[in-house]
Design a protein around this ligand. Structure first.
Ligand SMILES: NC(=O)C1=CN([C@@H]2O[C@H](COP(=O)(O)OP(=O)(O)OC[C@H]3O[C@@H](n4cnc5c(N)ncnc54)[C@H](OP(=O)(O)O)[C@@H]3O)[C@@H](O)[C@H]2O)C=CC1
Ligand SMILES: C[C@H](O)[C@@H]1OC(=O)[C@H](O)[C@@H]1O
Length: 254
């Protein structure tokens, strides 16, 4: 039997990158998958096509996670389509690199609203549905190695990733009595749209690669296995945990 056979998995930010890889990975593991996305409609549609090619049902729901109402709408559409919610992968996020001293207020607020508050309301809405269903569930937040270390041009971003990591710890306590597990993955530097421009700086890219014991930057697909594992019953006694998926970058001090 496949790891996520019979489960319904929801992924925010499922049109591209890590969310897309997680959605397709979940489908290959036997789940029906609903994705949320904000603007990349063609990519969302092609993700659904890949989910269906894996033999599962797929559903794409457009919405900006920064709007708290979108969380309830996403859950409602998924329940309408698949009848239940077993897993929430809270992944949608942005990282508009910018220097600290002249950071625009709107950039700080938008990053917080999308990454942290968007994650909060999505996880809360999923948890409410899981509690109502009464048979437990799993929540996986896509935090970051940046929850543990800083970035000169990420002063508005790293606190959101630390916040998601902390949210999973507190939610694990709040939801344990309902058998809802809450964990986070902490990706290192993964080549996606979010850092395409930043990593066009070849000197910076070489510096990042040099820190990684496994010798390469990550691919979005490197996150699929860890996310599917935490979502699955294989991880039935894992809650409140944070799993680094960084090729060893974090531990490589010297
Ligand atoms: N790449 C990396 O090195 C790392 C990434 N992460 C985290 O992984 C997550 C995914 O990023 P990644 O795959 O790299 O980047 P991508 O830019 O490829 O993916 C971002 C996804 O989030 C969606 N999204 C962005 N803003 C919103 C919004 N307001 N509402 C709904 N969906 C939204 C995008 O949808 P659309 O395009 O349709 O707008 C897209 O599906 C982020 O939370 C990021 O912080 C963590 C550590 C490292
Ligand atoms: C977008 C960055 O390249 C990426 O985001 C993270 O969370 C990682 O720490 C990297 O800095």
């Amino acid at each position: 039997m496949k790891l996520l056979q019979g489960k319904t998995v929801l992924v925010t930010g499922g049109s591209t990158g890590i969310g897309r890889a997680a959605a397709i990975g979940a489908a290959k593991a036997g789940a029906d998958v609903a994705i949320n996305y904000r603007s990349s409609s063609a990519e969302a549609e092609s993700c659904i096509a890949e989910i269906e090619a894996a033999g599962q049902r797929g559903l794409a729901v457009q919405g900006d996670v920064a709007d708290p109402a979108v969380a309830g709408e996403f859950i409602a559409k998924a329940v309408e389509g698949f009848g239940k919610v077993d897993v929430m992968v809270s992944n949608a996020g942005i990282c508009p690199f910018h220097s600290f001293l002249d950071m625009p207020v709107e950039t700080v607020q938008r990053t917080m609203n999308v990454n942290l508050l968007g994650g909060y309301f999505m996880c809360q809405a999923a948890a409410r549905q899981m509690v109502e269903q009464g048979h437990g569930g799993a929540i996986v937040a896509v935090s970051s190695i940046s929850a543990l270390v800083g970035g000169e041009y990420q002063t508005h971003y790293t606190p959101t990733k630390a916040g998601l990591h902390s949210l999973m710890q507190s939610a694990a306590i709040a939801l344990g009595k309902h058998n809802i597990r809450c964990n986070s993955v902490l990706p290192g530097t993964i080549l996606t749209e979010i850092n395409k421009d930043d990593l066009a700086d070849m000197e910076k890219r070489a510096r990042m690669e040099a820190r990684i014991p496994l010798g390469r930057l990550g691919a979005a697909e490197d996150l699929a296995g860890p996310i599917v594992f935490l979502a699955s019953d294989m991880a039935s006694y894992v809650t409140g945990a944070a799993l680094l998926v960084d090729g060893g970058a974090f531990v490589n001090l010297q």
